[in-house]
Ligand binder design. Structure first.
Ligand SMILES: Cc1cc2nc3c(=O)[nH]c(=O)nc-3n(C[C@H](O)[C@H](O)[C@H](O)COP(=O)(O)O)c2cc1C
Length: 197
């Protein structure tokens, strides 16, 4: 799928049909993560793939989000933060958290590319999930990603309107919301289309 289309199509989906998500597609999504950038090329993230519907139902309870039970697959992103902490101290722990966020987003985008729907779920009872799935104490559970096919006609009503691009951009210095005139007038620099600059 065209990359811009993948970005536009990705949305948090919270209603799944009974059509089963393929474990192979979930593995493809994890493979996309593996190809990503890693501090020291050290992949601190591990993924747990869940196919058992009973386990997914229990995870829905432990997240207190009943819609999760209808997902036909689940990818749980885990992280061994200590790996990078040994090499880089506190900074390594920051790297590890950053890597987990990048991994989660990569999974969401790859699943979209494969025609699947999903959602980033960050609210759950970590310790109870750890116990249920035998996750060791030195592993952080970073996110649950319920996977499946959206119900027919599903539209994400909760999807908030995204704030305008300008609210995210600073130019040259923090707080500078306009692109410097010098640049605007420099015809040698290629100008991006469509952003009003
Ligand atoms: C760190 C994080 C935690 C989230 N936790 C949950 C969650 O527990 N349950 C849920 O339904 N959505 C959760 N979301 C999804 C957001 O609600 C969603 O991304 C946001 O409303 C924007 O909608 P969109 O993903 O459709 O663009 C989470 C997203 C992030 C980034």
């Amino acid at each position: 799928m065209d990359f811009d289309k993948v970005i536009q199509k990705r949305q948090s989906t919270r209603a799944f049909s009974s059509k089963k998500a393929s474990w192979k597609d979930m593995v493809h999504a994890v493979e996309a993560v593996r190809q990503g950038p890693w501090a020291d090329n050290t992949c601190s993230c591990k993924c747990l793939i869940i196919e058992e519907s009973n386990t997914i139902a229990k995870l829905a309870q432990l997240a207190d989000q009943s819609w999760i039970a209808d997902a036909t697959g689940m990818i749980i992103v885990c992280n061994k933060e200590g790996m990078l902490e040994k090499m880089h101290g506190e900074r390594g722990r920051i790297y590890a958290r950053q890597q987990a966020g990048a991994a989660i987003n990569t999974i969401l985008l790859k699943l979209t590319d494969l025609g699947l729907q999903s959602c980033w779920v960050g609210s759950y009872d970590d310790e109870k999930i750890r116990k249920l799935l035998d996750v060791p104490g030195d592993i952080t559970i970073e996110a649950l990603i319920p996977v499946g096919y959206a119900t027919t006609g599903y539209k994400n009503k909760q999807k908030p309107r995204k704030k305008p691009l300008e609210t995210m951009l600073n130019w040259e210095k923090w707080g500078e919301s306009s692109r410097p005139a010098l640049w605007r007038e420099d015809k040698r620099r290629p100008q991006p289309e469509g952003f009003g600059y």
